[in-house]
Design a protein. Structure first.
Length: 176
């Protein structure tokens, strides 16, 4: 039987501890062949605090972990009786595996955010922002264009009475 991905509900905020408990139980019960991988899907986000850009990790699904495993009575019992796990996700008593497409999407999203952290704040065209960093500090203006893949925006600021487009990074501005 091929291994499949299952979603397991845990106590929120204790995902890492639950993963460690489960890995220890797998080792003790010699179930490495049955359970291939335990994953806590996370993404990197960038945020500006006190004028400094910080990269943080955030869980996609707080309170859930993904497990790649052969579902047998023994493996189900092993996972289900791990401290901190409240149960498998799925209709009825039998856990329901994720589709390959769902797993691929989650893994792709996690990989992309590791390469280029996504901003915690999302900007939209027409929003008013104030520049907090760089040569245009304390200027304000309206967002003309948003470039989410680059993490930049084009802001129309008034310089000497003229509206001028200025390209800035997300962390250089804050919403008004």
């Amino acid at each position: 039987m091929a291994k499949q991905w299952f979603v397991v509900h845990t106590q929120t905020g204790h995902e890492q501890r639950v993963k460690t408990h489960l890995e220890n139980r797998i080792r003790v019960h010699n179930a490495q062949e049955t359970v291939a991988q335990i994953l806590i899907p996370t993404e990197k986000i960038s945020e500006v605090r006190g004028g400094k850009k910080k990269i943080m990790e955030r869980k996609f699904f707080p309170g859930y972990i993904l497990i790649n495993m052969d579902l047998t009575d023994e493996s189900w019992y092993l996972v289900r009786n791990t401290p901190g796990i409240t149960g498998f996700i799925g209709p009825g008593a039998k856990p329901h595996p994720l589709s390959e497409a769902e797993v691929a999407k989650i893994l792709k999203q996690a990989e992309e955010s590791k390469e280029k952290p996504i901003p915690k704040v999302i900007f939209e065209k027409g929003e008013q922002v104030k520049v907090t960093e760089g040569p245009f500090t304390n200027f304000s203006g309206a967002i003309d264009e948003v470039y989410p893949s680059k993490g930049k925006i084009k802001v129309m600021v008034s310089i000497f009475g003229r509206s001028t487009p200025v390209e800035l990074e997300y962390w250089q501005v804050e919403k008004m």
